[in-house]
Design a protein around this ligand. Structure first.
Ligand SMILES: Cc1cc2nc3c(=O)[nH]c(=O)nc-3n(C[C@H](O)[C@H](O)[C@H](O)COP(=O)(O)OP(=O)(O)OC[C@H]3O[C@@H](n4cnc5c(N)ncnc54)[C@H](O)[C@@H]3O)c2cc1C
Length: 524
């Protein structure tokens, strides 16, 4: 992916793109991937970095959603299970089969959870990742040494998918880019262009690095801006009603030995009736989440003290060692772009988590809601509106069979896995220049060659792009990421031909962002 080359494509003011996508998170990337799979020309604009918003802040599960099944949303679960299967096949380097254990405390727990999970197995059919089964108390304790044995009856094991969200976003962006899409980060859509009949015909975009503006012609414009969707809808029509209700979910990252073993813990019903996961991820344990209504859409939402308390208290109820604030290596918050409930209702649990495609009078197509797991299907469903908007026939979607960038059947070991077939090329960089074999941080396996790779091939522009979304250090250990910033900035400055002033500004910017991931003392 070459940002400069992609920007050059915008200079042709006569070019008409078949599809222009606003937003480079899971939704927008899903649209771009499906559009290229149908032979359409596509330009995608992301105002920050790919997956900077909600799409790097998920629980990292590819799941049908056991809790949606409990809510009776069978169609949503079936669709997600199908997509889970496809993604495990098309991106085996970024996804994996994860075993979960639900602790069982009563006979009734055993009966109801076993029945629900058998249904889940049945729905996954030949895409099942392994049958659910009841395990004894002894086996539960052996597999999860950190689980509190008090009152424990046994456990139920089931399987779901797990993935690296920001790196999957990048792989989709790269796949679409290699297939001909013009994919750009740090490029903001500032205005929508309409023809004399009031129909959308293009966009005004601005490269936020050079501040240069471009006029883009497009047959179909897709608003895939997640929690920011209303801003684009109101750009289109200042009278447009609000459609999105942001709901915040936070995660705390702990050392993995709080739970031990390789299995993830799933608590189906917390004290306030929600689901809590503790999932091993890149050598740590990610614990979450919450569901707190928020009014404002933000790119960098912050965890509330009460959310942190809730996650710590709930986790403490199931673990032998009580996690405290001092044990939290990183805290991150994300906003779910839920469909706004009807006037008067505030219960987000009852708001549908399936996606919606809304077509405005101007022809603006907005894709809202949904989940990471179904990003591809969301893209496919959105493209189905293309003939209606443009009057032009549409080829069949082939996105379900596209192997994603880095695909390989022999997944490299350890942290190299996420790079798939590119791992060897990064290792070659370190062989050619041994200074690049140095670790970014002593506690992490990542090496400096990954920084070079991120700048050269993954469109990393800022220190945060590298430390948060190319290697995931900011989300895994915020202090380690802050401590690594100078080293990363120095090398990026060489690669990007930047001045000492750039390094200074980058370090200031990263400090401001990074501090948000450190847990704050109570009462601050
Ligand atoms: C706490 C939490 C946990 C979750 N866990 C899971 C999970 O385990 N599994 C799962 O399947 N799903 C999960 N989800 C859901 C999933 O993460 C989201 O559905 C998905 O990431 C939303 O992607 P999006 O592209 O719609 O939004 P975003 O990722 O927010 O992307 C929208 C993008 O639009 C950009 N943008 C906005 N305005 C403009 C503009 N004017 N010009 C250009 N760009 C613009 C933003 O910068 C942003 O990057 C979770 C969500 C949350 C909040």
């Amino acid at each position: 992916m070459d940002r400069k080359e992609n920007l050059k494509q915008l200079q042709d003011s006569d070019k008409i793109w078949d599809v222009a996508v606003i937003g480079g998170g899971a939704s927008g990337l899903g649209v771009a991937l499906d559009a290229v799979s149908r032979g359409l020309s596509v330009a995608l604009f992301e105002k920050a970095d790919f997956a900077k918003g909600t799409s790097s802040r998920s629980t990292k599960l590819l799941h049908g959603g056991v809790r949606y099944l409990a809510q009776g949303d069978v169609f949503l679960v079936l669709e997600a299970l199908r997509e889970r299967g496809r993604l495990l096949k098309n991106a085996p380097h970024l996804t994996r089969n994860q075993a979960f254990i639900i602790p069982v405390y009563t006979l009734w727990d055993r009966v109801q959870f076993s029945a629900g999970l058998k249904m889940y197995d049945y729905m996954a059919a030949n895409l099942s990742l392994g049958s659910s089964r009841y395990i004894s108390k002894e086996e539960t304790l052996r597999r999860m040494p950190g689980i509190n044995s008090k009152g424990l009856f046994g456990g139920i094991v089931y399987h779901d998918g797990q993935f690296d969200d920001a790196r999957l976003a990048l792989a989709i962006a790269q796949t679409a880019d290699h297939a001909g899409a013009c994919i750009l980060n740090y490029t903001k859509v500032a205005a929508l262009e309409k023809d004399a009949a009031g129909k959308l015909c293009g966009l005004q975009v601005q490269d936020l690095l050079s501040k240069k503006k471009y006029g883009i012609n497009a047959r179909m414009v897709v608003n895939a801006t997640g929690v920011f969707a209303d801003k684009i809808l109101q750009m289109d029509n200042p009278e447009a009603p609000k459609t999105i209700q942001p709901s915040q979910g936070i995660h705390l990252v702990l050392e993995r030995d709080f739970l031990g073993g390789d299995d993830a813990l799933m608590i189906p019903k917390t004290r306030d009736g929600r689901v809590l996961f503790a999932v091993p991820w890149h050598g740590k344990l990610v614990v979450g989440t919450t569901d707190t209504l928020r009014e404002k859409a933000k790119l960098e939402p912050e965890a509330l003290q009460k959310e942190i308390d809730f996650v710590l208290e709930t986790a403490a109820g199931y673990l032998t060692r009580t996690p405290t604030r001092a044990d939290v290596k990183s805290v991150f918050a994300g906003l779910r772009p839920l469909a706004r409930p009807k006037e008067g209702s505030t219960k987000t649990k009852e708001i549908s988590r399936s996606h919606k495609v809304i077509v405005s009078e101007s022809g603006l197509v907005s894709l809202t809601g949904g989940k990471w797991t179904t990003f591809r299907k969301m893209g496919e469903d959105t493209l189905e509106y293309y003939p209606k908007i443009t009057g032009v026939k549409l080829a069949d979607s082939t996105s379900k069979d596209i192997l994603l960038h880095g695909f390989t059947k022999s997944i490299p070991d350890g942290h190299w896995g996420v790079y798939g077939s590119n791992a060897r090329l990064i290792q070659d960089l370190a062989k050619a220049d041994t200074s690049l074999a140095e670790k970014i941080h002593p506690d992490f396996p990542n090496i400096m060659a990954e920084v070079v790779w991120a700048v050269r091939h993954e469109m990393a522009i800022k220190v945060e792009d590298v430390l948060s979304r190319r290697v995931r250090m900011l989300m895994l250990d915020a202090q380690a990421a802050l401590d690594s910033a100078k080293k990363v900035a120095d090398l990026m400055a060489v690669e990007l031909n930047k001045t000492p002033g750039w390094i200074e500004k980058e370090l200031e910017d990263f400090q401001l962002v990074g501090e948000k991931y450190l847990i704050k003392p109570k009462g601050s």
